[in-house]
Write a protein that binds this ligand. Structure first.
Ligand code: SF4
Length: 322
C-alpha cells in the first residue's frame, strides 16, 4: 500500500455518546487506520461493534469526540466552508435501508437531482436530466425510472437508486453502510458486483461496512475487524482471511458457511461463550477478555496495542508478544 496515496488518516479516533446516569457509550474507542485512494476497505464485526459510527464519523456526520480524521492531509475540524462543500461533494454514503432514505413523495429523477441542485448550481435543467439518465444507466436502469416513485420499484432497484443518487455528484469516496443487508439473497451479489464494476470504471474508493463476511471478502482489498469499538485486526484480504491471528477474528471467520460439506466438516469452528458486553461497561484491559479462550491475567488489566506483525498486517493481542 506504500505506493498508494492516503485519502483518509484516522488517528486514535473516538466517538462517545452520552447515556443515562452520566455514563458514556464508547461506540468507537480510539481507532487508527488509513484509507488509500482506489481501495476498498472492508469493515467487519458483530452488530454494535462501532462499524457504522466509524463510517459516519469519518464523513463528518458526527464530530469525533477525540482523535483526528484527516482527509487529503487536512483535519476535518479545520475545514472552512469551501473545504466542507468540496468534502460533501466528494464523500458520499450509501445506506442500509434504501426504502427509508428515498422520499416516497418524490419521483426518482427529482431524488437523484437533489445533490446536483446543491453542488452543480450552474447546470441547466437539460444537463441535470442528462446526468440523471447517465447515472441511471451506470446502475443498470433505463431513463424511464426517473419518472417512477420509490414504492413502484423493487428493493434491489431502490438500492440501485441509492447508488445512482450518490454517484450523481461525481464523488471519489463512498461509505457503503451494510448496502446489501436489506436485500434478498438473490440480488445481494448483483449489487456488490455493480459496486465493483463502478469502482473500476469511475476510480472510486470504498469503505464497505458489512457483517456478511463472504461479501466483504469478495469486494475488499483490505479488511478491518472491529470488536466493541476497537480495531482488533487490520490487513490485506489474503492475510486476514488466509491467516487470521486475533482470537476474535478466528472465531468470527470460523462461522463462515462452507459450500463444500467435506471442508465444512474439517473446519475448526470456534464457539464464543457469552454475549458481547455493553459499550457502556466495556471490560478493562482487552475488551475481548470476557469471551476469549486464551485470556490471561495481563489481558484483564492491559489493553493490547495494534502492532504490525507482518508487513501490512496489524493485530491487537497480547498473544503476539509471546
Ligand atoms: Fe485474548 Fe488476551 Fe489476546 Fe485479548 S489480548 S484477544 S484476551 S489473548
Amino acid at each position: 500500500m506504500e505506493d498508494k496515496k492516503v485519502l483518509f488518516e484516522v488517528k486514535n479516533m473516538k466517538q462517545y455518546f452520552p447515556a443515562k446516569g452520566g455514563k458514556l457509550v464508547k461506540a468507537v474507542d480510539g481507532v487508527t487506520f488509513n484509507i488509500y485512494e482506489g481501495e476498498t476497505l472492508g469493515v467487519v464485526g458483530e452488530s454494535g461493534c462501532g462499524k457504522t459510527t466509524c463510517g459516519r464519523t469519518i464523513l463528518g456526520i458526527y464530530r469525533a469526540t477525540d482523535g483526528e480524521v484527516l482527509y487529503k492531509g487536512k483535519n476535518l475540524n479545520d475545514f472552512n466552508s469551501a473545504d466542507r462543500m468540496n468534502f460533501s461533494k466528494n464523500c458520499q454514503m450509501i445506506f442500509q435501508d434504501p426504502a427509508a432514505c428515498l422520499d416516497p413523495r418524490m419521483p426518482i429523477g427529482t431524488i437523484i437531482q437533489e445533490g446536483l441542485n446543491v453542488h452543480f448550481k450552474s447546470m441547466s435543467k437539460a444537463e441535470k436530466e442528462e446526468k440523471v439518465n447517465q447515472v441511471l444507466s451506470y446502475v443498470g436502469l433505463t431513463s424511464d425510472y426517473a419518472s417512477r416513485f420509490p414504492h413502484e420499484i423493487s428493493g434491489g432497484q431502490r438500492q440501485r437508486i441509492g447508488i445512482a443518487r450518490a454517484l450523481a455528484i461525481d464523488p471519489t469516496f463512498i461509505v457503503c453502510d451494510e448496502p446489501i443487508a436489506a436485500l434478498d439473497v438473490s440480488i445481494q451479489a448483483q449489487v456488490v458486483n455493480l459496486l465493483i464494476k463502478l469502482q473500476k470504471e469511475l476510480g472510486l474508493t470504498y469503505m464497505f461496512i458489512s457483517h456478511d463476511l463472504s461479501m466483504v471478502r469478495h469486494i475488499s482489498d483490505r479488511i478491518a475487524v472491529m470488536y466493541l469499538g476497537s480495531l482488533v485486526e487490520l490487513g490485506g484480504n489474503e492475510s486476514i482471511y488466509g491467516n487470521p491471528l486475533h482470537p476474535y477474528t478466528k472465531a468470527l471467520f470460523s462461522a463462515i458457511p462452507e459450500p463444500d460439506p467435506y471442508h465444512s466438516w474439517l473446519k475448526n469452528r470456534v464457539h464464543l461463550e457469552g454475549e458481547i458486553p455493553s459499550p457502556i461497561n466495556a471490560p478493562a484491559g482487552c475488551k475481548f477478555c470476557t469471551r476469549c479462550p486464551h485470556a490471561t491475567e495481563i489481558c484483564k488489566t492491559q489493553a493490547p496495542e495494534l502492532k504490525e506483525v507482518e508487513p501490512g498486517h496489524f493485530v491487537a493481542c497480547h498473544l503476539m508478544d509471546r
